[in-house]
Design a binder for this molecule. Structure first.
Ligand SMILES: Cc1cc2nc3c(=O)[nH]c(=O)nc-3n(C[C@H](O)[C@H](O)[C@H](O)COP(=O)(O)OP(=O)(O)OC[C@H]3O[C@@H](n4cnc5c(N)ncnc54)[C@H](O)[C@@H]3O)c2cc1C
Length: 595
């Protein structure tokens, strides 16, 4: 069984308000009419469901193949599916018009990305990496580099990669050793990068590598690192493709999942040095990379949500079809499908409710990014960026950790059929498992939130966000039908505030400082994720309740009510336990000797 139907209605439920009251009222989006938005959703859904989705299992089975000459073939159908994406103009939907894109809000672009990742995460990685390269080049590239490379990258006829990791430089990029030796108007790059996603492939005519490297006389550490653009094929003055550059794919990894995505070891400079061009300023390569990493992290969160959605769809379809046991006596006691058993319903609703909540939070964050880029007023832009900065590590980590869990529950719903490969449920768990690791591990995200982001403004941006959570809790509490949800959310909020105070106190303590943040970071991020997701589900409850009160008997709204109730009454309490974890102290971690 291999099901994927792009969840257009669920997305629309979240998007409606974010588009109408937030992103579309910003300057610059005047052309994004409701009709256009609707057409984008419908057409993206067709591409995802009809073209990319059916290739997901093929990609997993066949994987990418490297030949002895270093060339790499992607699985059958991937190159054509990528071409269909390029021809549809999808690569530039969230990119500004000035750069040749379609200038649609990030909220809408994120919804499209979710559909494509749900359909085929391995293929979705190719444009995701290109988006990172576009971002880095647009912000930091010279006019000449932008003119030569951006149009093709925005079209998608050339793809991009991000080359950070080396065997000794993973989370700690200060260890980067790849060399860049100045020569005329360019540099000669040599060294080896590992784990480079879509580093070599047959789906586009050129590949533009963005590479972290250091000059021979550069200082040690972060400050010596610069960013370079290294094309697979050099580009002639007239824009045509020239000679092959000195970069080759030395091998591809055999991985747990995302088999259709070629993860390459790239060798630069085995024949004299690959020609590379400096992007931005010398010595500021890491800063330049981080400009785009923030948004790339949001995209990885979205990727997790796409896979979680697909896991839900598989599990729901299987649970309705598989017949085992008898229904509860109250419902007649007849032979039944497993979806009649309350324990199976618990799993299904848990999967659905979490996916709904993660989606709502990630799209809310995308609306903040739209505001941060487009609002007229400087203060509004700054406040939105500060809020997005807080939300992004949560969206990245919490969504991807939850996606792994959701995919695992999906297997459980299938029983033994989940553990064997035919149903596709196992692939989803294998695919999802990378998302908590790359683009900054989830542990590093938690440190970013509880350390840098929280401490730099003494918790101000998070406190402002929590005011909005409190307002939703009050609104729920004021409505007798929703009051229990209001008090549940308020209790979660109180836990998060208490944890914030503790983490701030300890983090700013000159003695405990960084160690305390290390110890508390992950429980803190987990608690924040639960509370912020519950907040979004409180908002969903208000909306669904209003529709039902307005006379709608559409089962969609009833399902959204159940989903919101589950999130606040059954799932939030699990997250609230993290407050006790933080309050218990973490001495056991520092006192534990690893043996
Ligand atoms: C399939 C795949 C695709 C990838 N794609 C790309 C790509 O396109 N481009 C690219 O450049 N890289 C890519 N990567 C690399 C990826 O980003 C790294 O694997 C990741 O950043 C972690 O680095 P590492 O593997 O060296 O782990 P390590 O840094 O060794 O981390 C191991 C563990 O230690 C923890 N840890 C490390 N340092 C700290 C610290 N200071 N404090 C607390 N905990 C710490 C980590 O959280 C982790 O749990 C990819 C990796 C894979 C597997």
């Amino acid at each position: 069984m291999n099901v994927y139907a792009a969840p257009v209605r669920d997305l629309r439920f979240v998007l409606e308000e974010l588009l109408a009251h937030r992103s579309l009222s910003l300057p610059g989006f005047e052309e994004a009419t409701p009709d256009l938005v609707e057409a984008v959703l419908e057409e993206a859904a067709k591409l995802a469901s009809d073209v990319w989705g059916p290739l997901n299992a093929t990609g997993d089975r066949q994987g990418a193949k490297r030949h002895t000459d270093g060339s790499v073939n992607t699985p059958e159908g991937f190159a054509a599916a990528y071409q269909a994406y390029v021809e549809g103009g999808w690569n530039g939907i969230g990119v500004s018009e000035a750069l040749g894109g379609q200038n649609l809000p990030e909220v809408l672009a994120s919804a499209v990305q979710e559909m494509l990742h749900g359909a085929n995460m391995a293929l979705g990685l190719c444009p995701m990496l290109t988006a990172g390269a576009i971002e880095a080049l647009a912000h930091h590239g010279s006019d000449a580099l932008k003119a030569t490379y951006l149009p093709k990258l925005v079209e998608g006829t050339w793809t991009g990669t991000m080359n950070l990791t080396e065997s000794q430089a993973g989370s700690d990029l200060s260890q980067v050793r790849t060399r860049a030796v100045p020569e005329n108007d360019h540099y000669r790059i040599s060294g080896q990068k590992i784990y480079i996603t879509w580093g070599e492939h047959d789906a586009a005519e050129n590949i533009i590598h963005l590479v972290l490297a250091r000059k021979p006389d550069a200082p040690e550490g972060n400050k010596g690192i610069s960013l370079f653009l290294v094309p697979k094929f050099l580009v002639n003055e007239d824009g045509s493709l020239g000679e092959r550059n000195d970069v080759t794919c030395a091998s591809i990894e055999h991985k747990l999942g995302i088999h259709g995505s070629p993860t390459c070891t790239l060798s630069f400079g085995e024949n004299g040095g690959a020609i590379g061009y400096l992007v931005g300023e010398e010595g500021r390569g890491l800063n330049h990379m981080f400009t785009m990493m923030n948004e790339a992290r949001h995209k990885v969160g979205i990727q997790g949500i796409g896979v979680a959605e697909r896991a839900c769809q598989h599990a729901f379809a299987y649970a309705l079809e598989r017949r085992q046991g008898r229904a509860p006596k109250a419902r007649g006691g007849a032979e039944c499908s497993i979806s009649d058993h309350l324990d199976v319903r618990r799993m299904l609703l848990s999967m659905r409710s979490r996916t709904d909540a993660l989606r709502a939070l990630a799209l809310y964050c995308a609306a903040e990014l739209d505001t941060a880029r487009h609002a007229e007023n400087d203060d509004t832009r700054r406040a939105a960026q500060a809020r997005a900065d807080i939300l992004i590590p949560v969206v990245k980590s919490f969504s991807t950790d939850q996606a792994v869990d959701i995919a695992s529950i999906g297997i459980q719903v299938h029983g033994g059929m989940g553990y064997v490969e035919e149903t596709g449920a196992a692939q989803l768990l294998r695919d999802a498992r990378i998302a908590p690791i790359y683009e900054g591990t989830n542990g590093i995200q938690a440190l970013d939130l509880a350390g840098r982001k929280l401490q730099r403004d003494n918790g101000e941006a998070l406190t402002a966000l929590l005011h909005d959570v409190a307002a939703t809790a009050e609104q729920l509490t004021a409505n007798p039908a929703l009051a229990a949800l209001g008090s549940g959310l308020a209790a979660g909020l109180a836990d998060l505030k208490a944890a914030q105070t503790l983490v701030l106190e300890q983090g700013l303590d000159p003695e405990k400082g960084a160690d305390a943040v290390q110890a508390y970071a992950t429980p803190f991020l987990t608690l924040a994720g639960h509370v912020l997701c519950a907040w979004q589900m409180g908002e969903a409850a208000l909306k669904a309740h209003a529709a039902i009160q307005g006379g709608s008997d559409d089962p969609f709204y009833t399902a959204k009510m159940r989903s919101a109730e589950f999130a606040i009454t059954q799932w939030l309490p699990v997250g609230r336990a993290q407050r006790a974890v933080i309050e218990a102290g973490m001495e056991c971690l520092s006192e534990f000797e690893v043996y």
